[in-house]
Design a protein around this ligand. Structure first.
Ligand code: FDA
Length: 502
């Protein structure tokens, strides 16, 4: 049962939350984690914890009637999506007008559904986005600590060159090289030794069975196997699942009270509960944390919160596109769901792009080379509290996504020209070649040094902290979870020493 009070409460179980709980637990601080999603450790009737990517069921998505996969169509046919039963599945897609956001739901947050790419940002860009954070400290101490805690590893280069699973990446590398662009290997938290064994056929397939966005049954070092397992191992941390925090209130003595809604996995509300906390850590992700803070400020519970709450949100410049390969340039039917190569053109003065070479895990030859490009889009969105729906609404318009398209187009027009290839127009539901109506990388909403101090302490609310992707001002130039993890490591060290253990 949920205790009435805990010295520390952490909301969410994603990257920032997991780091924070581990370090609190190691310091002996009794800590409760509240997660609105499920714990993914029990096999269904098919003997698997997560459902198959190509025949998804109710385990796939968070309370939807139909799946909403990023590749909406193939040859304009809606082949990827299936009707499902509404249930507490692992992947959510939250819609706000011209933008929608993919999120992981469950113990481990985004680590359950993401592509496992573990990329440390370029130091010069990190210094540009967060100039007040000591980069020597980050690159000397916290990025290495984060990468160790996450279990980052790199692909065996000799194996990469001859394996079947990354033929698709080699085909894209060749096309990039023909246009004069270089590629870079991307580390991962998917176990590459396991991947090798998958290709050899000695273990059950996961990344090679198209598993990724609806969860991996094997091979992935998601947070439930790394930081969260270690946090539970301290004996001081407990996780309560299917517990959604709805409201944050402050008591006259300065302690926080949370209003928590407990549901079952089919969405039936079981109870409304309360828990008190001395120190409260928000790790509910960019959308979750920002909404909790906005609701608290604008309903008068925490009126002292800064005007900066809700500001500085960005998509990390995400834009997806496909190129049509020549018939003789096959990418292969066996494609690792875990990317490990990116086209690195971040040095371009006008259009910096880091484009991850993504798989098309269809299980058959598609002649498509797919990319998720990360661009330097300066546009920022803003969340506002909407009293009618009691939720946060994002303002982001289609034209704010245009700089991402312009940058991706500058790069891929050159690649197409050099290879006499064209864009695919059949992948995103209509004829558009660039898909920028969703992001995998929501960042910002409670930006470090603006809505919080330089260590995530929320301005106007003592003993309240932000630990997750909300702290990053809309962009980090690469896939973001290593940055989120390292910042959380840095912040919790300071907060433990100065606030919690004081
Ligand atoms: P995160 O979103 O991980 O966790 C928040 C948790 O809080 C969730 O479990 C949520 O259910 C819970 N929560 C929210 N509100 C709550 C409430 N009110 N009460 C209780 N619980 C609540 N990044 C990367 O670096 N490499 C990659 O390869 C990829 N690939 C990728 C693919 C896909 C499909 C997605 C969706 C995302 C990625 N990402 C990625 C992005 C990465 O997963 C993302 O940046 C991090 O998970 C964000 O970490 P946070 O700690 O901010 O929150």
């Amino acid at each position: 049962a949920l205790p009435e009070f805990s010295p520390a409460v952490v909301i969410g179980t994603g990257y920032g939350a997991a780091v924070t709980a581990l370090r609190l637990g190691e310091a002996g601080v009794p800590t409760v984690m509240l997660e609105m999603g499920q714990l993914w450790d029990t096999a269904g009737a098919d003997g698997k914890v997560f459902c198959p990517m190509l025949s998804p069921d109710e385990r796939s998505m968070w309370f939807k009637d139909r799946t909403e996969a990023p590749l909406a169509s193939f040859l304009w046919l809606d082949l990827a999506n299936h009707d499902i039963r509404r249930h507490a599945g692992v992947l959510d897609r939250v819609h706000f007008g011209d933008m929608s956001v993919y999120l992981g739901r469950g113990v481990g947050g985004g680590s359950l559904v993401n592509g496992a790419m573990a990329v440390t940002p370029r130091r010069d860009y990190f210094e540009e986005i967060l100039p007040e954070v000591d980069a020597d400290e980050m690159y000397g101490r916290y990025f290495p600590r984060a990468n160790a805690g996450l279990g980052r590893n790199e692909v065996d280069r000799a194996w990469f060159e001859k394996c079947r699973s990354y033929n698709y990446a080699r085909v894209s590398r060749k096309a990039a090289a023909k246009a004069g662009f270089k590629t870079a290997f991307v580390p991962s938290v998917y176990d590459f030794e396991y991947l090798k064994a998958e290709e050899e056929g000695t273990v059950p397939r996961s990344a090679l069975a198209s598993e990724v966005i609806y969860g991996n049954n094997h091979g992935k070092r998601s947070l439930d196997r790394t930081y969260l397992a270690a946090a539970l191992g301290t004996g001081h941390v407990r996780i309560h699942t299917l517990h959604e925090v709805r409201e944050i209130l402050r008591q006259p003595d300065g302690a926080y009270t949370l209003v928590v809604r407990e549901s079952d996995a089919d969405g039936t509300v079981l109870a409304t509960k309360h828990i008190g906390a001395k120190h409260l850590f928000l790790g509910a992700g960019s959308l979750g944390t920002t909404e909790l803070l906005l609701r608290a400020r604008d309903t008068g519970r925490l009126p002292e919160l800064s005007e900066e709450v809700g500001e500085g949100w960005g998509t990390n410049g995400n834009v997806m596109l496909g190129r049509a390969n020549h018939l003789w340039d096959t990418t292969g039917s066996l494609q690792s769901g875990m990317p490990t190569l990116g086209i690195d053109n971040w040095d371009d003065p006008k259009y910096p792009v880091f484009a991850e070479i993504a798989p098309v895990p269809a299980g058959l030859e598609t002649w498509v080379s797919l990319y998720l490009a990360i661009t330097k889009n300066p546009e920022r969105g803003r969340f506002r509290y909407d009293p009618a729906s009691d939720s946060a609404k994002l303002s982001w318009t289609a034209d704010q996504g245009q700089p991402s398209i312009d940058a991706a187009k500058a790069l891929f027009d050159k690649i197409n020209r050099a290879n006499t290839t064209i864009y695919r127009h059949d992948l995103f539901g209509d004829t558009r070649p660039f898909e920028n109506r969703f992001t995998y990388h929501p960042l910002g909403g409670a930006v470090l040094g603006k809505a919080t101090d330089l260590h995530g302490r929320v301005k106007g609310a003592p003993n309240l902290y932000v630990t997750d992707g909300s702290l990053i001002p809309g962009s980090t130039g690469v896939n973001p979870f290593v940055t989120i993890t390292a910042l959380a490591e840095r912040n919790v060290e300071r907060v433990l020493a100065e606030d919690v253990l004081r």
